[in-house]
Structure formats: C-alpha cells, structure tokens
Design a protein around this ligand. Structure first.
Ligand code: FAD
Length: 139
C-alpha cells in the first residue's frame, strides 16, 4: 500500500482546554504508533492544522475518527496527496507550539501575516508545517 499525506484544518470547540489537547496528543501518539502514522499538529489562534502521513487505509481510518471528534469542528480537508516518502517520519504526532508561528513565516505562505489556515491552499499549509518542523523544536 502506498503512502499518502493528508492536511486539514479545524476550529477548537469552546471549553476544550490545554489539558484536553495533551490528552488528544497522548491518544494520537498511541494510535499512530500502532498504525505507522506520522505527522505534526499545530495549534494557534483556536485553529488546528494537522498533517498525517502513512498508508492510505490507515490515514483514512484515523481521519474518519478525527472528523467525528467533537473536540473540534469546521473541519476542512486542505490537501490529500500520494507521496513517495514521509516528511515527518520522526514524529508519531509532533506538536508545534503556538509561539513557533512568526509573522515572516506566516507571510511567506499566506496572503497576509496573520495565521488563517482556512484561507491557505493545501500546498502552502503543508509547506508551512514542513518549514516549522525544520526550524523549531517539535515536541
Ligand atoms: P473513542 O476513544 O472511542 O472516542 C469516541 C469519541 O469520543 C471521540 O471521537 C471524541 O469525540 C470523544 N472523546 C474521546 N476521548 C475524549 C476525551 N478525553 N474528552 C472528550 N471527548 C473524547 N487520533 C489519532 O488516532 N491520531 C491523530 O493523529 C489524532 N489527531 C487528532 C487531532 C485533533 C485536533 C483532534 C481533536 C483529535 C485527534 N485524534 C487523533 C483523536 C481522534 O479524534 C479520536 O478520538 C481517536 O482516534 C480515538 O478514536 P475512537 O473512535 O477510537 O474514539
């Protein structure tokens, strides 16, 4: 089964806290390790931006779970591509902290310097995550 990459954005549900995000990450890392899925998750300004990579069937299965999760809403698929290699192979689900987002970096991939993933193309969103993973400490 070949590799795919999926990028989506979503909005956090009101009342979901930082400790809920830690729970999401714990679950994600356990499940993704079992499913050979890798990727990164960025949370900033009440938006999630996440990239998942792995076999098509496993990525589709996990994305189905994610879409049905009531801890976020307004889920928009930004990119779904067949790929020949992983770019986030070091992380079962790496977390990119909010402070990592800088105005110059956002400006590089967006029409202005504010982080608005719903207005980004799939390839810009993917490149932003890739850039961040190379320049900041992903935990
Ligand atoms: P179950 O554990 O059976 O839960 C069913 C539903 O209950 C969930 O969909 C959710 O709506 C709710 N729920 C579960 N736990 C809690 C909780 N602690 N508090 C409140 N509600 C809860 N999962 C992955 O496997 N990989 C990922 O990379 C991944 N990334 C995520 C990113 C985001 C932004 C979010 C919000 C969730 C992510 N998840 C991820 C979690 C995913 O949505 C599912 O909860 C998880 O895959 C377990 O699926 P399940 O059907 O076995 O759910």
């Amino acid at each position: 089964m070949f590799l795919v990459r999926l990028v989506y954005t979503s909005s956090i549900t009101e009342g979901v806290t930082e400790s809920d995000i830690q729970n999401i990450l714990d679950t994600a890392r356990n499940n993704n390790t079992a499913e050979d899925i890798t990727g990164v998750l960025l949370f900033s300004k009440n938006r999630f931006l996440q990239c998942l990579e792995g076999s098509r069937s496993n990525v589709n299965k996990v994305y189905h779970n994610i879409v049905n999760d009531n801890r976020h809403s307004e889920i928009v698929l930004l990119d779904y591509s067949e790929v020949y290699e992983r770019e986030f192979a070091d992380w079962s689900m790496g977390y990119i902290p909010e402070m990592a987002i800088t105005r110059p970096l956002t400006l590089k991939y967006s029409e202005n310097a504010s982080f608005e993933p719903y207005k980004m193309s799939g390839s810009s969103a993917h490149k932003l995550l890739l850039s961040l993973s190379k320049t900041v400490t992903v935990v």
